[in-house]
Design a protein around this ligand. Structure first.
Ligand code: KIV
Length: 268
């Protein structure tokens, strides 16, 4: 069973994928992925919102609980949605605690910045493992003006390095680096004692994460840094069309899918 402490054990890179429901979490777990992230990317990937901002605490909690019930070995990390942290310190810690206590998450992820260093320390002190997240933080889309690469200017890159160190010192057990230059991710990884997990951050992080829809080919769009390892959408379309044809042609249900109860006679 993967633990927050054991994440860096062994020489293999850490693998993490998102999952937003039980069957997907079960597949990810069975495939031997180290971490199931119940990401707020569910906003776009599973709930058809335009961004992650509308995702609610209850949506994350319910989906985390489902993923946790379906997972045996992988670490289950619940993503704290927009405004469930960062407004009020006590409420942030309480919300994070509920994801462990009520939804059975093993840890929480928070989109990080200068405002989350103390929150990370506080959560860690009370026993809530925190995965930090720097670089592109999609909950800031309205300030960033889009989902663009971060840390491309010297000052911004140095700020990410400083913040990474501050979150590690505050007790974060790992750090997601999203959509940053590979050489910046490499420098952060080198500087930290906690593992980095990259998405659009090059090959030198301690691990990699992708949104499940992008990895298996379920979505209609995926970011340029993602790689599609399957065509689940295509396979689902084929299966659904085959079902439609079988029903309309009368081929399904066949005798083997039906039961006639011989004792039931003269029902009308
Ligand atoms: O919400 C999410 O899925 C994420 C990953 C892309 C890291 O934050």
């Amino acid at each position: 069973m993967t633990t927050t402490r054991g994440l860096r054990e062994g020489d293999d890179p850490i693998t993490m994928l998102t999952a937003y429901d039980a069957p997907t979490a079960a597949v990810v777990d069975e495939a031997g992925i180290d971490v199931v992230l119940v990401g707020d990317s569910m906003g776009n990937a599973a709930l058809c919102y335009d961004s992650t901002l509308p995702v609610t605490f209850d949506e994350v909690a319910s989906r985390t609980a489902a993923a946790a019930r379906a997972t045996e070995d992988a670490l289950v990390v619940a993503d704290m949605p927009f405004l469930s942290f960062g407004v009020d310190e006590a409420e942030s810690v309480r919300n994070a605690g509920r994801l462990l206590k009520e939804a059975n998450a093993d840890a929480v992820k928070i989109e990080s910045g200068p405002h989350t260093v103390e929150t990370t320390r506080h959560m860690t002190e009370v026993g809530i493992p925190v995965m930090a997240h720097l670089g592109l933080t999609p909950q800031h889309v309205n300030q960033l003006g889009g989902y663009t690469r971060q840390g491309t200017e010297q000052d911004a890159a140095e700020e990410i390095i400083d913040l990474a160190g501050a979150h590690a010192d505050a007790g974060a057990f790992s750090l997601v680096l999203e959509h940053v230059p590979a050489n910046l991710a490499s420098a952060v990884t080198e500087a930290l004692s906690i593992p980095t997990i990259g998405i659009g951050a090059g090959p030198d992080c301690d691990g990699q994460v992708l949104v499940i829809n992008d990895a298996v080919g379920l979505g209609e769009w995926s970011p340029p840094f993602a790689k599609q390892f399957g065509d689940v959408r295509g396979e689902m379309v084929e299966a659904v069309e085959a079902y439609e044809e079988a029903v309309t042609s009368g081929e399904f249900p066949a005798e083997e899918h039906s039961h006639v109860e011989e004792d039931l006679e003269d029902l009308y």
